[in-house]
Design a protein around this ligand. Structure first.
Ligand code: NAD
Length: 498
């Protein structure tokens, strides 16, 4: 069985720990590799390498760092198809979807080339008594990046590109379910000219995450994953005096008013709801129809669209989406459906029995739609990370906003309407970090900030955009006076006496 190693100081290594975990191809359910799990000693090695290499990288000129990021962008673009296939083999998403993911990662690299612009300091001349004040931003040092399974290339790049561009070293701990992409990126950074030791990858699970959270030489942690783990990472990291940005789960409501273009809303719901087998933190989870007529008309429009979705293996060019990432993930999704039905929801489209010819063992779930979902149901309260979506009915926009704001998550929220005033109220009153108006997945472009509200994010940082540059740099503010040279003395001597 192939062993997926770590990447430390520019080289792959199996590390010192004895632990290993299986990596599956979700389309076939077959184990395709073993992944080495790092122990504390291996992590120490990675951090030591990052500290040493990071010291030099932090001193490199802005221009030198920009050139590496420019080159990395070229290389990721060159290898986009290979990266997309790698993602598909371990995650299960289709080739087109995986290519889209890599493109969003490229966007993060493109914005990171603007690091010198977004980290520029301030300068105030003569604030009083001949004193000038200025500020500078410098790299924080070693950044620990802990990433989820659902975007194996995009999220490491969304975190890592700006961390690297602002002069930090990275220790990346990718999801143990999809470890190969992080290594592929490591090799590309090396080819792009990033000095060895500046980008390290340690694989593993809780053991290595805990070691990272406690490590005294890692001042910053960036995490993406589920809310329970993200809250734990935030609390542990901050207790160890680190800055932590933690981006977590979502349950994104899509509100549709009666005046909306319902055909467009139905199309948007199907692609944003079921794309990538709904394994996206910004997937639309709930369709909130305002008015019974809207709900009935939407339901009629959704039926043929959802039934037309084709589910297949990652390399099936006709497939709209692929399998779930693991057998456990499939079990959890099927359990959520059972419970929701038990709580009184009605089955509109049942995807539980789906069989994909030639891939009978794969972790597939067909598209499923439940009607009559209510806020009291666990299905409503929990993030269900699979292609099961819920239809809800409310009587007014007020009720839709109150419902959306009552949920513990606030990642994304979307409204479909032709009424500008209603949309404006929604934007003003809804408590979500990213809002769409007639746009189903409002993940902003790379030069805007990304992050949710409430329990969809812990900490004040944002994952990409200008805030990321601030997160990866520390601020120093300098008050400086240069006294006039005294008559008859050389300037340097006079200054030293001041
Ligand atoms: P996860 O929380 O299971 O894992 C995330 C990371 O944490 C992985 O690297 C994993 O190895 C590590 N981890 C797992 N258990 C741990 C533990 N007990 N202690 C310490 N570390 C642990 O998440 P996942 O299933 O890989 O990813 C899906 C989740 O990520 C969903 O909830 C999704 O909404 C969320 N997500 C959020 C965003 C966002 O930007 N808000 C983006 C993508 C995914």
């Amino acid at each position: 069985m192939q062993l997926i190693p770590h990447f430390i100081q520019g080289q792959t290594t199996a590390g010192t720990g004895p632990r290993r975990g299986p990596v599956f191809n979700p389309s076939t359910a077959r184990q395709q590799a073993d992944c080495a799990y790092a122990d504390r000693a291996t992590l120490d090695q990675a951090v030591a390498s990052a500290v040493a290499a990071g010291r030099h990288w932090a001193r490199a000129s802005h221009n030198a760092r920009q050139q590496v990021v420019f080159k990395m962008r070229e290389l990721v673009l060159r290898d986009i198809d290979a990266l997309a296939r790698l993602i598909g083999q371990e995650h299960g998403k289709t080739f087109a979807d995986a290519r889209g993911e890599v493109s969003r990662g490229i966007e993060a690299l493109e914005f990171a080339t603007a690091a010198p612009v977004v980290t520029k300091g301030e300068y105030s001349r003569n604030v009083g008594g001949g004193i000038d004040v200025y500020s500078v931003r410098q790299p924080v040092g070693v950044v620990g990046c802990i990433t989820p399974f659902n975007f194996p290339v995009m999220i490491p790049l969304m975190m890592g590109a700006m961390a690297i561009a602002t002069g930090n070293a990275v220790v990346l701990k990718p999801s143990e379910k999809v470890p190969s992409s992080a290594l592929a990126l490591a090799r590309l950074w090396q080819e792009a000219g990033l000095p060895d030791g500046v980008w390290n990858v340690v694989n593993g699970d809780k053991e290595v995450v805990d070691a990272l959270l406690q490590h005294p030489d890692v001042p910053a942690i960036s995490f993406v994953g589920s809310t329970a783990i993200g809250e734990y990472v935030y609390r542990q990291g901050t207790a160890h005096n680190k800055r932590v940005g933690s981006y977590t789960g979502g349950k994104n409501h899509m509100v549709v008013l009666e005046d909306a273009d319902l055909e467009a809303a139905a199309d948007a719901f199907v692609s944003a709801g079921y794309g990538s087998a709904s394994q996206r933190c910004m997937a639309v989870s709930l369709l909130v129809a305002v008015g019974d007529t809207t709900a009935e008309r939407l339901r009629a429009l959704l039926l043929p669209r959802i039934q037309a979705l084709k589910v297949g293996a990652y390399d099936d060019a006709q497939a709209d989406y692929g399998p779930l990432v693991s057998a456990d993930a499939k079990r959890a999704v099927l359990r959520a459906v059972e419970q929701c039905l038990g709580d009184g929801a009605q089955m509109v489209i049942d995807g539980r029995g789906l069989r994909v010819p030639g891939h009978e063992d794969g972790f597939f779930v067909g598209p499923t739609l439940l009607d009559g979902v209510t806020p009291a149901m666990d299905f409503y309260k929990q993030e269900v990370f699979g292609p099961v979506r819920g239809l809800m009915r409310v009587a007014s926009l007020d009720e839709a906003i109150t419902l959306t704001n009552s949920h513990e998550y606030g990642n994304g929220a979307v409204i479909f309407t032709r009424d500008g005033r209603a949309a404006s109220r929604f934007v003003g009153e809804v408590e979500a970090g990213m809002i769409g108006v007639n746009v189903p997945v409002p993940v902003p472009v790379g030069y805007y900030n990304f992050g949710g509200l409430r329990r969809s994010k812990f900490g004040e940082a944002h994952m990409f955009g200008p805030d990321a540059a601030r997160f990866y740099t520390k601020l120093k503010t300098v008050s400086q006076r240069w006294p006039e040279p005294q008559a008859g003395r050389p300037a340097t001597q006079a200054s030293s006496l001041a």
